[in-house]
Each structure stands twice: as C-alpha cells, then as structure tokens.
Design a protein around this ligand. Structure first.
Ligand code: KE4
Length: 426
C-alpha cells in the first residue's frame, strides 16, 4: 500500500472548509481512529484512493452499489437521459415507470412519492402518519436509524451512535418527548406501551432488520405482534426499508418476513447511486398528501429524470440476472470463506448475515438488540478495521454499521478478504 499522503493533505484542506472535513459524519473515521482516505474512482467491487491504493469495497456507498460501482447499465442510462435534460420540475414518464415498478415489486405500496434521500422519506412518512391519524406520538426502537429528521434523532443508530450522540443537540425537547423509544425485540415492552398509550400513537417506525447498530434480526413473533398491535390501536406501521428494500429480497424485508406495513420508506438501491428516496403505502393514507390532501410535502428535484433512469436501470438489471439469488450465493460463499476464522475466534466474535448484508460484532453474542451490540469491543474493531484497510480491504469504518456485498464481488475478492480478515484478527 502507498502511504496516504495525498489523502492526508486533502483531509487537512477539507477540514478548513467542511465541518469535520466530511459531508456525512460516519465518513470521518471517528469510531476507528485515524483519518479517512479520499477516493479517486470506483468500479465494480473495487475503489482506488487518490494515493493509488486499490481496495476491495464492502461499504458500497452505504448500500446503493448493489451491482457494484459504475455498472455499465446505470452509466448508459444516465448518459442517455442527461442528453434530454437533467431536471425538469415537470411530471416526466420516468417517474411513472418508477412508481409502477415499486408497486409491482412491493405490493403494500399502492401509491408512492419520490424524494431525494432516506431522511426525506422517513420524515415525510411520519408527517403523513400524524396527519392521517391526527395523533402526535411516534414509536421507534433504540439503535434504529432513520436519517436525521428531528423526531427520529432519538436513541438513533448509525453515525449518531458512532459519535455517541443518540440524542442530537438542536432537537427541541418538545419534539423528542413525542418520540417514544423501546428496545428492539422486546414484545412485553411493546405490549405495555400500547396498553398505556396506544390510542395516542400515530406511527411505529422501524428497520424491519436493524442494520444501523450492526446487523441483527427480529425474533420470531416480534414483527407479527407489532403488526397486530398497530392494527388494533390504529397506529400506522412504517417499515423503513431504505437499506433492506430491493436488497434482502425483490420486495424487501416485508417480502422476507411476510408482514404488510401501512407505509414503507425506500432509498439507496432505487437511485442507482444518485440521490433518491421514496415513501409509499396504502392509498387511503397516501391520498392525504398535497395536492389532494392536507399533509404538505414537496421537493424541487423529486422524481428527477437522472435519478429515475439510474434507479430503473439498476433495478431492472437486478431482476434480469436474478440478482437476489446471486447475492445470496455470494453472501453464502463469503460466510463460508470466513468460517475458519470465525470458528477460531468463537466466543469473541458474532457474525450476522442476511443475503448480501453482514456484520462482524466483536462480542461473543447473542446480539438481539442495541444493548447487546454495544458490548462490541470498539478498540478491537478499530485495530481490525485498520489492519484490513492497510491490506486492501475496506470495511465500514464503524462497528455500528453493516457491510454490503454486491454482484460485482468475485470469489477471488472473497478469498482475498478471508485471508486478510484472518490475519487482521490475529
Ligand atoms: P439518507 O438520508 O442518508 O439517504 O438515509 C437515511 C437512512 C434512513 N433509513 C435507514 C435504514 C438508513 O440506513 C439510512 C441511512 N443509512 C446510513 C448508513 N447506515 C447512511 C450513511 C451516512 O449517514 O452517511
């Protein structure tokens, strides 16, 4: 590996101009120490930094790069579309094509509105649920991250957790007090809250497979109980599928677990790497949105042709190659390749995987919720992360994130990664 001299200089310059030198906190390496590298280019499962180092990438721009970076079908779609104009602010056929595809693949989504980020999607879905029910309280789960909307930066995961700010400054107490938080997978706590306040709850929002405090899973019966309680008390059930949507299955986690939410939020994969989010669900709820209904929501670039074309190209390619089966095969091969080191380190490590999403907790487990995830040895993770990076493998720079495989990861990449991980774990 070349010394990262150019990245060091670039980061020094960036820090003078951009808060923390980054446009999103998790990129700052604060949870693993050291300084971030700067990327020069990316292709397939590999990235190159500005010092000429080539890395196998398991972050995949935090999820969107499900085909790998710069897939030809997406680049071609962007090139072709850009020639006709990059933004109109006028209805365009591509928006309708995207809405039709989302509804076909995720049937709970009877109507959908495009936005420009996952944060916008969850923020808008909450306002819609509050407008539809006339209630103010919302419920989220500790460690789940739904973007940086004020109501949701309460006991949040991802960067908020990484930087020890699960309750961000700047969020008015009056907002935070309307956000009730529960431990994930705790059915008794859920039942108790609904028994006490169910008629005041506008919505429950969750990552059906939490992936922002590391990756862990709903225990049998948890999602079913949540669905039943929301139906019983008239609360809107919102599945935040920004990360899991169109990745863990064609129809997302709701297809995997057979649960029908009232609203779903989406992002990442549906934009092919361009800024996109979406929220959708039951038509009777969605029809409360302006201009038909009283709940206002808007966006200059929402449904812009470039993002629609890129997302459609990526999603259609996924379907063309039966990507979800191939992602499972690649994920299984990855897990098998790590098998020996996981066995050698049993008791100190817990490996979780669903399809192409994975996480290595530096704790013996089990990991069922945030409290378990927080038992991870951050120092040991930081050492692992940097040893792997110095050997050409880039994992997410935080123990509270999830790794992503793509269709571009080869078995050679996987073998290399297993060797590097084994050496990095000592
Ligand atoms: P964005 O606003 O970052 O597009 O999406 C917010 C969001 C919403 N819901 C879920 C389940 C998410 O995972 C995210 C964003 N994910 C993080 C990675 N864990 C984005 C990375 C970052 O913040 O830079």
């Amino acid at each position: 590996m070349n010394p990262r001299l150019a990245s060091i200089a670039a980061f020094a310059e960036a820090r003078k101009l951009i808060p923390g030198g980054v446009n999103s906190p998790v990129r700052a390496f604060r949870n693993v120490g050291g300084e971030p590298f700067f990327v020069q280019r990316a292709a397939g499962a590999h990235i190159w930094d500005i010092d000429g180092n080539e890395l196998i990438d398991y972050v995949g721009t935090w999820g969107p790069a499900i085909l790998g970076h710069a897939p030809e079908c997406v680049i071609a779609a962007i090139r072709e579309t850009a020639g006709n104009g990059v933004s109109f602010g006028i209805p365009n056929p591509l928006e309708v094509e995207m809405a039709r595809l989302i509804r076909a693949w995720m049937p709970s989504v009877e109507k959908v509105r495009m936005v420009n980020s996952g944060t916008e999607a969850t923020m808008s879905a909450l306002r819609l649920a509050r407008g539809f029910t006339g209630r103010d309280k919302i419920v989220k789960f500790e460690g789940c991250y739904h973007g940086h909307g004020d109501s949701l930066l309460v006991r949040a995961g991802s960067g908020a957790l990484t930087h020890g700010e699960p309750d961000s400054a700047g969020v008015p107490r009056a907002f935070a007090e309307l956000t009730l938080t529960l431990p994930f997978n705790d059915v008794e706590a859920l039942k108790g809250l609904f028994a006490r306040e169910g008629r005041e709850i506008a919505a429950v929002i969750l990552e059906p497979i939490p992936a922002n405090a590391g990756l862990y899973f709903p225990q049998p019966g948890f999602l079913e109980e949540l669905r039943a309680l929301c139906s019983q008390y008239g609360a809107v059930l919102i599945f935040d599928e920004v990360m899991t949507g169109f990745r863990v299955a064609r129809g997302g986690a709701q297809e995997l677990y057979g649960i029908v939410p009232d609203l779903s939020t989406m992002g990442k994969v549906i934009g092919g790497g361009l800024p996109v989010g979406a929220f959708g669900g039951r038509a009777e709820i969605m029809d409360q949105l302006s201009p038909d209904g009283p709940v206002y929501q808007a966006g200059t670039l929402s449904g812009n042709p470039l993002a629609m074309a890129a997302g459609l190209a990526q999603l259609r390619e996924l379907e063309r190659v039966n990507g979800w089966q191939r992602l499972e095969e690649i994920g299984a091969a990855f897990e098998e390749a790590l098998g020996p080191v996981l066995k050698r380190k049993a008791g100190a490590l817990t490996f979780h995987r669903v399809g192409s999403m994975f996480c290595l907790f530096f704790t013996g487990g089990p990991v069922l919720n945030l409290a378990d995830a927080l038992k991870s040895d951050r120092e040991a993770f930081g050492k692992f992360f940097h040893r792997a990076l110095d050997s050409g493998v880039y994992f997410a720079p935080s123990p509270f994130e999830t790794g992503f495989l793509s269709l571009a990861h080869t078995f050679e990449d996987i073998e290399t990664t297993a060797r590097v991980a084994s050496e990095a774990l000592g």
